[in-house]
Design a binder for this molecule. Structure first.
Ligand SMILES: [Fe+2]
Ligand SMILES: [Fe+2]
Length: 279
């Protein structure tokens, strides 16, 4: 059996009844949770890579908790630039934190160690991993010989979207220095912040970033200030991590959960038949 997780990012929840970018984020999250509950099974845990709320208010985290409490498996969260650690912890008071008070933690799963990082740089849109957080990361990497999976809000490199690249992890060189000796066993990096689907590899390590459950970043590769958000569909991702005799693989599925058209029955629907004699 693979380790099966749900990954989504940037739900940017606001207090109940409020709208943001003409969208009701709570209603969107509700639909996302409904879809996860009806379309998935055998899920080990859910990971939300930051920007949990839009302005970090306690009452927004309360709304988030109300929806996430419907999930029958553990939910692990990270801080994004829109988050506030103390408000988050006032609502999610049993969520893991590290000794220094950052929302950083490591989880030993059947497929290896999941390391979740806190890249929040208070008051800034971009991210940071300060000395304390990097030392903690180094300790978690050094204390296992198992495969490692990293989770964080800010991408540690440019993806070619100028309005987002300026706010990536500010000290990615220092981050790279810490992970470099362990790169051969870092199997995947999960991040958010971009509000659009981006995947590939960096330094030989695969990565994925899902679109947000709410508003999306437009595909504007030349324009650093597009001045609009994209209505592209929201997504959560179901990830199967295999680490068995068949060899290791990380498979990332995207579910566009607003697509609620009736399913097409492949047995009863009209299908164009193969001509008897090809022309
Ligand atoms: Fe965001
Ligand atoms: Fe962000």
């Amino acid at each position: 059996m693979p380790t099966r997780i749900i990954h989504f990012s940037d739900p940017q929840i606001v207090p109940a009844g409020e709208m943001n970018y003409d969208i009701d984020p709570q209603a969107r999250l509700k639909l996302c949770i409904d879809a996860i509950l009806s379309h998935t099974s055998d899920v080990d845990a859910c990971f939300i890579t930051g920007d949990l709320t839009h302005w970090g208010e306690t009452k927004a985290y309360t709304v988030l908790k109300q929806e996430l409490d419907r999930l029958p498996f553990p939910v692990y969260m990270m801080m994004g630039n829109h988050d506030h650690r103390q408000s988050f912890l006032s609502v999610f008071n049993d969520h893991p934190v590290c000794d220094q008070g950052f929302i950083q933690y490591a989880l030993d799963m059947p497929c290896g160690r999941f390391i979740c990082l806190d890249t929040l740089d208070k008051g800034k849109r971009g991210g940071i991993l300060c000395e304390q957080r990097l030392v903690w990361l180094e300790g978690e990497l050094n204390s296992t010989s198992e495969p490692v999976y990293l989770f964080m809000h800010h991408p540690p490199f440019d993806v070619g979207l100028p309005n987002m690249d300026k706010d990536k992890l500010a000290n990615s060189d220092e981050f790279l220095k810490v992970i470099k000796p362990h790169k051969h066993r870092i199997r995947h990096i999960f991040f958010g912040h971009l509000h659009r689907s981006v995947s590939g590899s960096w330094q030989g390590v695969s990565y994925s970033c899902p679109p947000s459950p709410v508003h999306q970043t437009p595909l504007e590769l030349e324009n650093a200030k597009p001045g609009y958000v994209s209505p592209e569909p929201p997504v959560y991702q179901l990830v199967d991590i295999h680490n068995d005799s068949d060899g290791d693989r990380v498979v990332v599925h995207s579910h566009h959960f607003l697509h609620d058209a009736p399913a097409i029955n492949s047995r009863t629907c009209y299908r164009y038949q193969k001509p008897a004699k090809p022309e």
